[in-house]
Design a protein around this ligand. Structure first.
Ligand SMILES: [Zn+2]
Length: 123
């Protein structure tokens, strides 16, 4: 099985400064920003995630989440927006024909925050 080394061989920059610069770009730092706002923002910028299941020689299948820095920033932003969303516990990106997920992906994305806001208390 091949392993992606993209990103590991890029130019050496100052990682702390780079991380801070990326974090400052997160839309989800604004408490009013919801997952739909995040997807609309990154959709306009041509961001694409590649989602695959990899079958290693040993052990359980692996979930591959692949993309350039902007794509990974999009995913981080989406996860943060969903984690802090006051109105809904779940967000999905359905295939086919979603520009945020690469054409080679066979999988869409479903992010679900627990506890589920649709579950009724058992007691
Ligand atoms: Zn739920």
């Amino acid at each position: 099985m091949g392993q992606s080394t993209e990103g590991l061989t890029g130019p050496k920059r100052r990682p702390v400064r780079q991380k801070r610069a990326l974090a400052e770009r997160l839309l989800s730092l604004n408490p009013k920003v919801r997952p739909d706002d995040v997807t609309a923002h990154y959709h306009k910028r041509g961001v694409k995630l590649n989602l695959q299941i990899l079958e290693p020689d040993e052990g359980a299948p692996l979930v591959l989440i692949e993309g350039d820095r902007r794509a990974l920033l999009f995913l981080a932003d989406l996860l943060l927006a969903q984690a802090t969303d006051p109105l809904d516990c779940g967000f999905q990106i359905l295939l086919p024909a979603n520009k945020l997920i690469s054409e080679k992906s066979k999988y869409g994305l479903y992010v679900h925050a627990l506890p589920c806001s649709h579950e009724r208390p058992t007691s």
